[in-house]
Design a protein around this ligand. Structure first.
Ligand SMILES: Nc1nc2c(c(=O)[nH]1)N[C@H]1C(S)=C(S)[C@@H](COP(=O)(O)OP(=O)(O)OC[C@H]3O[C@@H](n4cnc5c(=O)[nH]c(N)nc54)[C@H](O)[C@@H]3O)O[C@H]1N2
Ligand SMILES: Nc1nc2c(c(=O)[nH]1)N[C@H]1C(S)=C(S)[C@@H](COP(=O)(O)OP(=O)(O)OC[C@H]3O[C@@H](n4cnc5c(=O)[nH]c(N)nc54)[C@H](O)[C@@H]3O)O[C@H]1N2
Ligand code: SF4
Ligand SMILES: [Mo]
Length: 737
């Protein structure tokens, strides 16, 4: 059917699902096409981070290379197929793999966008539970695992995270974060957070930014500590030591809240302040000044982010950030880190979903938050034996680009008997796919902002209703997983009777001609609202939620829920978990390695306002001033190498080599070079024979996957030892168009 442009335009309200900021959007629609997206200024909670990515969201919907029907590989081409064929073939091949190698023969990787759908992961895990596979790999291992590991050890639940009470804070200590670019979010979201922190600053608050790069956030901070990459743990341990030694901690706040204080003291007594200062390369006086300022501030918070976590000592640094907050009494206090229970009790849901512990077959490591580490995936595919992955599904991810040592993963994916991809377009990680399954964009689906409700800095609910209809053959992930479970005879959620029930609701829907009767996420959405937390003695109703398309604030920011929510058996914070103490002692015992003459530089990372990890870069309307990444080198380092802006250089590590343009920039500290991640991902043309589109180079090819944080299993993505050499004047040959 062709859409008539004579149809009057209509306006819909929803929220962006590219990052946790969840900005409210006002979308103008003509026929079935989005013609304009602007911020929804009537959204009471979340519109303030609105950026170009949300503004151009319809460009992805209309991507010229979008996959709009299931596509099957035939030789080196793809042909369209029906859903019945796709589901039947995938189910048969997965079951055959299971018959040969057991349930673990089926593996899954899921990426960041899967978490922004209210139904995707629920049904994916239901399907995987039905299969009984332990081969689940998640983006957390290149992102937030350290948060889960610390939350579980200290507070008893991987999901017990704390939000930032920005508007009352007097002292912000931001470590490894660049909120002016990336918004105030990680496993929490404070809409307009950076603007709000700046407002506090104008009212006298102090902002400290800890970053090896003088970022735009550092430009607007009072103090910038240009830490040596990966050494935040030493800086934070020094601050803990100073605060305890000088008696600046708040005993009354933490005395009856914690266990492990004597063990923390013991550890601190073993550390030598001068040594710690040398490790992080910040003068001790400066560390003292910040530690004292932080402890003395009436209301303060430490906020940690990916810059701190994507390192071999990331978990220890993350832990010490929490320790600083706890010992100075910043937990669940105004201006500190507040526990937001959310209207859905996700901690309880996480308890219910927790499977049996599992050690990976090859490396013998445990899971973090229900998944194994991406770093382990290639070996699990290529190492023969029972449990070897032979069939794999990639759900909303691009791990060859976003994870370490992409070349090893790419080679492993090529060996699979079956690779299934659910996405909009065929990207780098999808090039060996046997099946490409068309996904539905969030402008085309309903989502209830529910599973992340405890991550928002305010009790808040919004239902984002479908704005435009998806292409006829595109399908939401939940439906794909449900259909696969039924076709594979895998009991959904691992429970008997669920599949029969699902079939019955589908049959009833057909019989009564009422599609809404068939089981789907709408059942779950309603159930969540019907069992949600009460505010002021009253529970919000489904009708009220849907009648408020701009979103609803459910109640005031409350304090005092933290203690009751603690999941530790003794209801106290475990301040000094033994595994953290042991790892810190290991780090202390290890002499810092001097830069090797062979690989004298440390490679760091930055985000850009208009990139979303490895996607959106290709879209028109974004990055028009330069669709590529380059390498930022300090002018003094560049001079020693004879490199000028615009030169082509080769950057190499023991793992790989890439080529790109150089840019002189005095923002990184000397010895640190910066290449943005997320570039160099090809976009293929499965419909036609057009050459792939590609912009920039994949810097994560340089990352050694085995250099990882043993606690979080996160690879040291942002501190890779590299060398840089000028090349004869010509265009870079790797990863450019
Ligand atoms: N060096 C370095 N590496 C990093 C980082 C870093 O700071 N430095 N950051 C890390 C972080 S924080 C993250 S989160 C990871 C991201 O790692 P990943 O999540 O693996 O990768 P993304 O680049 O986000 O790719 C997401 C894919 O999902 C697709 N997609 C988007 N929406 C949907 C949807 O609704 N359904 C489906 N089926 N597909 C969808 C996109 O088209 C894209 O192909 O990268 C990590 N990698
Ligand atoms: N525009 C945009 N916004 C995003 C995203 C995006 O891709 N684009 N991604 C979203 C996602 S998935 C996430 S997880 C969040 C991430 O949010 P952030 O973690 O705030 O992300 P970055 O902007 O990469 O900021 C990390 C900072 O850490 C610094 N850094 C690197 N190494 C070190 C180190 O060893 N120590 C210290 N102290 N600092 C270091 C980097 O120089 C950088 O400035 O952003 C989200 N928001
Ligand atoms: S991508 Fe931009 S518009 Fe979308 S939620 Fe994040 S900050 Fe808001
Ligand atoms: Mo992330």
């Amino acid at each position: 059917m062709t859409e008539s442009f004579a149809e009057p335009a209509r306006v819909a309200y929803t929220f962006c699902r590219y990052c946790p900021a969840a900005c409210g959007l006002k979308v103008t629609v003509q026929g079935n096409r989005v013609t304009k997206i602007v911020p929804d200024k009537r959204n009471p909670h979340s519109w303030r981070d609105f950026c170009g990515k949300g503004r151009t969201a319809n460009r992805l919907v209309e991507h010229p290379r979008r996959i709009t029907a299931p596509m099957r590989r035939v030789g080196d081409r793809y042909v369209e197929a029906s859903w019945d064929e796709a589901i039947a073939d995938i189910a048969a091949r997965m079951n055959a793999a299971i018959a040969r190698g057991g349930p673990d023969a089926v593996g899954v990787y899921y990426g960041n966008p899967a978490g922004f759908s209210s139904s995707n992961l629920v049904f994916m895990n239901g399907w995987l539970d039905g299969i009984g596979t332990n081969n689940r790999y998640a983006v957390g291992s290149v992102d937030q695992n350290s948060v889960h590991v610390v939350a579980e050890a200290m507070y008893g639940s991987t999901l017990m995270v704390l939000t930032s009470d920005i508007d009352r804070c007097d002292y912000f200590l931001l470590v490894g974060a660049n909120p002016a670019v990336s918004a105030w979010n990680w496993l929490e979201s404070a809409p307009g957070g950076w603007g709000r922190a700046q407002r506090r600053r104008r009212d006298g608050a102090t902002v400290v930014v800890v970053d090896p790069v003088r970022t735009v956030s550092a430009d607007d901070a009072d103090i910038h500590l240009a830490v040596r990459p990966g050494q935040d743990w030493a800086l934070l341990l020094a601050m803990v030591a100073i605060i305890l030694d000088e008696g600046l901690d708040d005993r009354s706040a933490h005395a009856d809240l914690v266990t492990g204080f004597p063990q923390l003291r013991e550890l601190v007594a073993e550390a030598d302040l001068a040594d710690l200062a040398a490790r992080c390369d910040i003068p001790l006086d400066r560390i003292r000044e910040v530690a004292r300022g932080f402890a003395a501030a009436p209301r303060a918070m430490v906020v940690t982010r990916t810059g701190l976590s994507l390192h071999a000592a990331g978990t220890i640094a993350e832990w010490l950030g929490h320790v600083l907050n706890v010992i100075t009494g910043r937990i669940d206090q105004p201006g500190g880190r507040r526990f937001e229970p959310g209207y859905i009790d996700t901690l309880r849901l996480a308890d219910l979903a927790g499977g049996a512990p599992h050690l990976s077959r090859v490396a013998g490591r445990g899971m973090v938050a229900g998944a194994h580490a991406l770093a382990e995936l290639p070996a699990e595919i290529t190492t023969p034996g029972r449990g070897q992955i032979r069939a794999m599904l990639i759900n909303s991810g691009n791990p060859v680009v976003s994870g370490p040592d992409g070349a090893a993963l790419d080679a492993a994916l090529a060996e699979l008997d079956l690779l299934v991809v659910v996405d909009f377009v065929q990207r780098e990680s999808h090039r060996h796919a046997h099946w490409l399954l068309p996904a539905v964009h969030w402008l085309e689906r309903d989502d209830l902002l529910a599973l992340t409700s405890g991550l928002h800095d305010q009790p808040y609910v919004q239902f984002g209703a479908q704005v435009v209809r998806p292409p006829e053959q595109a399908r939401e992930e939940w439906r794909i997983f449900l259909d696969l479970a039924l076709a594979m005879r895998a009991p959904l959620f691992g429970a008997r009777g669920v599949n029969t029930f699902m079939r019955a609701t589908r049959a009833a829907a057909r019989l009564l001609r009422k599609p809404g009767i068939a089981f789907g996420p709408h059942w779950i959405h309603r159930l969540m609202i019907a069992t949600s937390r009460k505010y002021d003695g009253k529970r919000v109703t489904w009708r009220k939620v849907t009648e408020n398309p701009h979103g609803l604030i459910l109640g005031p920011r409350e304090y005092g829920h933290f203690r009751a929510a603690l999941r530790t058996p003794d209801k106290r914070i475990a301040l000094a978990p033994p595994q953290f103490l042991a790892r810190t002692r290991e780090l202390l015992a290890r002499r810092p390695s001097a830069p090797s003459p062979e690989f004298p530089f440390l490679l760091g990372n930055q985000r850009r306002r208009h990139s979303m990890n490895s996607w959106l870069n290709e879209l028109p309307g974004l990055h028009n001033s330069g669709k590529s990444n380059d390498i930022a080198i300090h002018p003094d380092d560049a001079a020693a190498l004879g490199i000028a802006t615009g030169d082509t250089v080769r950057v190499y590590s023991p793992t790989a080599s890439i080529e790109l343009r150089a840019r002189l920039d005095d923002r990184p500290r000397r010895g640190v070079v910066i290449i943005d991640h997320g570039w160099g991902s090809r976009i293929f043309d499965p419909h036609g024979q057009q050459p792939p589109l590609s912009y920039g180079a994949n810097r994560n090819l340089l990352v050694d996957a085995t250099d990882l944080d043993p606690l979080s299993q996160t690879s040291a993505l942002n501190a890779v030892h590299v060398n840089v050499e000028p090349l004869p004047s010509r265009a870079p040959t790797v990863g450019t168009r």
